[in-house]
Design a binder for this molecule. Structure first.
Ligand code: COA
Length: 265
């Protein structure tokens, strides 16, 4: 396992084989997202996108209490309206990068995922939560609204009723309720969270990278267009798969009753 910290940034990076672990590292502030952290995350995800050796990403928060407890309230307290809009756009841009990454990203929700923390988890492709985690959009209690895509992604993930409840009332929910609402994919015991998440990430890292990318692209496009356009896009991506060695390998391995080895070619 190689490990490196981005210079002067509150984000840590560690590679576990082809799985990149990105950790928000401000545990004394429950990993709250200030502008510097947003920029460090943006850089970390850009680097993961460009590194051919990275085939899956896990995102988590340092310490035992929080994934991310929100945007940095101290930093926001003094912002002007223009600065507030810029802060929102900064977070939205970074989270859009994560959502559109052509490699799977798993949020390992190890504690509080509140406000910007839930928004960060929701831009990831899969979410695994510790059974002790608490999730919510409490911005209303600060005289604010979600500003990093929360009103939009929660609506698409969990529907109108749950989104209205979380955003208007501002009360956190526990991991099991988040699972019932479809906000998280799996809930596991805290002690097993890291092992279970890395196991799932390793499975994704062994999977066919170009097929993963095709599926992610189709699902991203499909979430934002009509069914006809989405189906056409899917058919084009499906056709493209037949140009890959991995498709010959995957179908060939099935027919030969052996395990496939995918290369991303
Ligand atoms: N922004 C900035 N600092 C934050 C923060 C945030 N979103 N969330 C926590 N912190 C800081 C606290 O100010 C405190 O710093 P300090 O020790 O220098 O005073 C430190 O992190 C620990 O938090 P604390 O509140 O003492 O922990 P707790 O266990 O008592 O409570 C929470 C945990 C998550 C319930 C509480 O921190 C909280 O409500 N945070 C804000 C959640 C929120 O509204 N998020 C949306 C922001 S838009």
């Amino acid at each position: 396992m190689s490990e490196a910290t981005l210079p002067d940034t509150p984000v840590n990076i560690a590679d576990h084989g082809a799985v990149r672990l990105i950790t928000v590292n401000r545990p004394d502030k429950l990993n709250a997202l200030n502008a510097a952290t947003l920029d460090a995350l943006d850089a970390a995800f850009a680097a993961a996108a460009d590194d051919a050796g990275v085939r899956a990403v896990v995102l988590t928060g340092a310490g035992s209490k929080a994934f991310v407890a929100g945007a940095d309230i101290a930093e926001m307290n003094t912002l002007s309206p223009v600065q507030g809009r810029d802060f929102s756009l900064r977070g939205q841009r970074m989270m859009r990068r994560v959502e559109k990454l052509s490699k799977p990203v798993i949020a390992m929700v190890n504690g509080f995922a509140l406000g910007g923390g839930l928004e960060l988890a929701m831009c990831c492709h899969l979410r695994i939560a510790a059974d002790t985690a608490k999730l919510g959009q409490p911005e209303i209690n600060l005289g604010l609204i979600p500003g990093f895509g929360g009103t939009q992604r929660l609506l698409r993930l969990a529907g109108r009723a749950a989104t209205l409840e979380l955003c208007l009332l501002g009360a956190p929910i526990d991991a099991r309720r988040a699972h019932e609402l479809g906000i998280v994919n799996r809930v596991v015991a805290t002690a097993e969270l890291q092992a279970e998440t890395l196991k799932l990430a390793a499975q994704l890292a062994d999977s066919a990278p170009l097929a993963l990318r095709g599926a992610l692209d189709c699902i991203n496009v499909g979430g934002e267009c009509g069914i006809e356009e989405g189906l056409e896009y899917e058919a084009a991506q499906f056709g493209l798969m037949f140009a890959t060695e991995d498709m010959r390998e995957g179908t060939g391995a099935f027919l030969e009753r052996r395990k496939p080895t995918f290369k991303g070619a």
